[in-house]
Design a protein around this ligand. Structure first.
Ligand code: CA
Length: 233
């Protein structure tokens, strides 16, 4: 067995789901570790320092949210949250606490592997905020952070300040689902009843200006009821 395999920690009390994930990961060349409870998960995390965590939110001893808080206190390891449809709010809370992504149960092999690869890729991206070069490129989209300018295929796109701030914020968290409240707090500073609607309207305008028709997810994916995600290549 090679030592350079990615190590993935699965924290899930449902044996069927845990075994399924483990089998899929191992078949794809990953090393899988598993824990059925939060406490055990934290111990395995501390002793093995995995490259990725797949975390169920409903665990017998503690909330998955507590696990995220504790891990995030000292680590930027990507965390993918598993949630049931009835846990919509928990999913959003988990993302706001620093989880990178979520998968809704039931899910299949292809979706699981796509999310795992994306989370590992995004954890390797150096933060554009800290990078000395201050441009961002995705396909034909270019953002110049110094000039606060956006272009598509070399053509300058005229965005409002708010639209620019939203797009820049998403680009600085590429590959990661950003919740409505995370975007709103970053762009407007605080949240009120009309904030989500205001964000959605701005987002629709951004997409239009970037030349995206409805349903065209070239740059940004609409994560229904949760937020938005800037796509990776
Ligand atoms: Ca569970």
């Amino acid at each position: 067995m090679s030592n350079n395999k990615y190590k993935v920690l699965i924290v899930e009390d449902d044996r069927n789901i845990s075994n399924f994930i483990q089998t899929v990961l191992e078949a794809n060349g990953y090393q899988a570790l598993s824990a059925e409870r939060c406490q055990q998960g934290l111990l395995v995390f501390a002793s093995h320092i995995p490259d990725l965590v797949v975390l169920d939110l409903g665990l017998p001893d503690m909330d998955g949210e507590d696990f995220i808080r504790m891990v995030r206190a000292g680590s930027t390891v990507p965390i993918i949250v598993l949630s049931a449809r009835s846990e919509e709010r928990d999913k959003v809370t988990a993302l706001d606490l620093g989880a990178n992504d979520y998968i809704t149960k039931p899910f299949g092999t292809a979706e699981l592997m796509a999310r795992v690869r994306a989370a590992l890729r995004s954890s390797r991206h150096p933060s554009p905020v800290a990078a000395p070069s201050s441009t961002f490129a995705l396909k034909d989209l270019l953002i110049d952070y110094d000039r606060r300018q956006v272009s598509v295929g070399g053509n300058l796109i005229h965005l409002t300040q708010t639209e620019y701030n939203i797009l820049a914020f998403l680009s600085q968290h590429i590959g990661k689902v950003m919740t409505y409240s995370a975007i709103i707090r970053s762009v407007w500073g605080s949240m009120d009843d009309g904030s989500i609607k205001k964000l959605q309207v701005n987002m629709a305008n951004i997409r239009k200006k970037l030349g995206c028709r409805p349903g065209d997810n070239r740059y940004v994916i609409n994560e229904l009821g949760v937020g938005y995600r800037m796509l990776e290549e």
